[in-house]
Design a binder for this molecule. Structure first.
Ligand SMILES: Cc1c[n+]2nc(N)[nH]c2nc1OC(C)C
Length: 323
């Protein structure tokens, strides 16, 4: 039994690594057939030895029997939306409002992030284990989609390292463009529902009552914010450093995220991402600038529905190709 358990743990590690490679850098080190063979071997061993099956096994990412409907989830920390800036002047007005709150010689660091055009979700980890997934809903309450988020390839079921007791991570679920095209092509051939754009495909896939369907949808998650954090956690005062900490714990964070120390830096970032927009593997509809200091964020607070300390600078709408 010991050797069986050993083999199961070895298979779990191998499959998790291959998953990471496949979704982190799109370069799996083994062909899919090899991944499937190892997956089937683990599934067989788990069926023969259910007592040895791990709750975080990669075989748990394939979804289970459908629920009748979604339960509702209250967001203890509201999931708010973002104010938009459609021009450099509107962005400058935002940065002026921020600077007014600073002392004279203080400069403000901004964290710059691509604004992924997908579906916002909240993931709740307790003692490092993924225990709940929820849609944004109206910001106050969303739908419990735990079984569906567990099937998202690059969402870890278990965090690694010294993690907080309770950690809520928020981010965007997207369907990469290549996968979206292939998925729609297949749907056309099967005379099934075709999605108008990757955002609808991601949102629609997350709201499937049958998680086995979600499991077949190629979805990626990218973290961009923290919600609930258990009070015993000493995290850095920098939003960017907190995102890097999430990455250390095993959560996917978009590689385009960086900090700049000036408004000019923000403008340069906006132009740089806009110039590369068509080369990215997912839809983005702008960039997000956030005051990097958590203390300053708390000082600036929110107005009604959106934080004073963050703004999205939207790109001109792309002519949507009718698929
Ligand atoms: C709604 C939202 C959306 N996005 N997208 C990114 N990249 N960051 C980000 N932050 C958000 O909200 C925070 C400002 C809390």
């Amino acid at each position: 039994n010991q050797s069986v358990h050993q083999r199961m743990q070895e298979l779990e590690q191998l499959l998790n690594r291959y998953n990471q490679e496949y979704y982190e850098n799109d370069e799996p080190s083994v062909p899919d057939a090899e991944y499937d063979r190892l997956f089937r071997e683990l599934k067989t061993l788990e069926t023969e030895h259910p007592d040895l099956k791990s709750a975080q096994s990669p075989t748990m990412k394939v979804g289970g029997k459908p629920l009748g409907q979604f339960r509702s989830v209250e967001h203890e920390v509201p999931m708010l939306s973002l104010d938009n800036a459609f021009s450099v002047d509107e962005f400058e007005a935002f940065s002026k409002r921020v600077e007014q709150r600073l002392d004279t010689n203080q400069t403000v660091t901004f964290c710059c992030e691509p604004k992924l055009d997908g579906a916002a979700v909240s993931l709740l980890y307790e003692n490092g284990l993924l225990v709940r997934g929820a849609t944004r809903g109206d910001g106050q309450s969303g739908e419990d989609i735990t079984e569906n988020v567990k099937t998202i390839r690059n969402v870890p079921l278990k965090l690694s390292g010294d993690v907080p007791e309770r950690l809520e991570v928020r981010g965007e679920v997207v369907m990469p463009l290549g996968a979206f095209e292939r998925f729609n092509e297949q749907a056309r051939q099967r005379e099934e529902k075709v999605f108008a754009n990757p955002r609808n495909a991601a949102a629609g896939s997350l709201r499937q009552l049958d998680s086995r369907i979600t499991a077949k949808r190629p979805l990626h998650f990218y973290a961009y914010s923290l919600g609930l954090i258990s009070e015993t956690t000493q995290l850095p005062d920098s939003h960017h450093q907190r995102l890097l900490q999430l990455k250390d714990w095993g959560l996917p964070v978009n590689i385009e995220i960086k900090t700049v120390d000036s408004v000019q830096g923000c403008d340069d970032y906006y132009e740089a991402i806009l110039a590369r927009r068509d080369t990215l593997n997912y839809d983005i509809d702008g960039v997000v600038f956030k005051v990097d200091s958590i203390r300053l964020q708390q000082d600036l607070g929110f107005v009604a529905r959106a934080p004073r300390w963050a703004i999205a600078r939207k790109f001109p709408a792309q002519e949507q190709l009718t698929t």
